[in-house]
Write a protein that binds this ligand. Sequence first.
Ligand code: PRP
Ligand code: URA
Length: 217
Amino acid sequence: MAEELLSANFHVMDHPLIQHKLTIIRDKNCGTKVFREVVNEISMLMAYEVSRDLPLEDIEIETPLVKTTQKTLTGKKVAIIPILRAGLGMVDGILELIPAAKVGHIGMYRDHDTLEPVEYFIKLPSDIAERQLFVVDPMLATGGSAIATIDALVRRGAAPESIKFCCLVAAPAGVKALQAAHPGIKIYAAALDEKLNEASYILPGLGDAGDRLFGTK
Ligand code: PRP
Ligand code: URA
């Protein structure tokens, strides 16, 4: 299954630091404070990889010694789009590396009975059509929330090829569903887990990411 999903559009970040930190937050004894801090740290490490193909251009500068041609970021500016609530936990870590990024919010919760995503809030930068969008949410379970979010962005003018989806833990079913609904977008995960349980929670997973981030259980 894992090989089947791994493609040019799906990247699992198996860096040792990321795997180590993920183990810390998977532990049920990890409290809210550490959970929040470590989600932040993993997000920062993931931002490094997710931003790998941002375009560069040459500019002329002067060092204290000579004139020189060097690289600087160019092209589309970045916006981070957290899926509320849990996606909020990933924003600050990415902003550490890309401090000028704008942030748009999409409120989306998974109905406990139907498991269907329900949109309840949306506020986006006015120029999302011109931006590289990093949609962030720690969990990709059935994929319903991610798909509904990307649908909402595309309806409002976002270019599908400019959207990347970044999560901490992905389930094979969610990756498959997202790939089928939006084949063009790149998906980044810190881990590809085994499966969903009967309530569509990811196994082994890390539980309810929103509750663990905000201490609401
Ligand atoms: C969680 C998670 C994702 C969604 C994933 O949010 O943060 O948004 O579930 O599940 P899916 O792939 O099956 O759609 P939740 O609905 O618990 O809302 P919350 O972040 O407000 O707690
Ligand atoms: N949402 C979560 O927060 N955790 C899961 O395992 C699945 C959906």
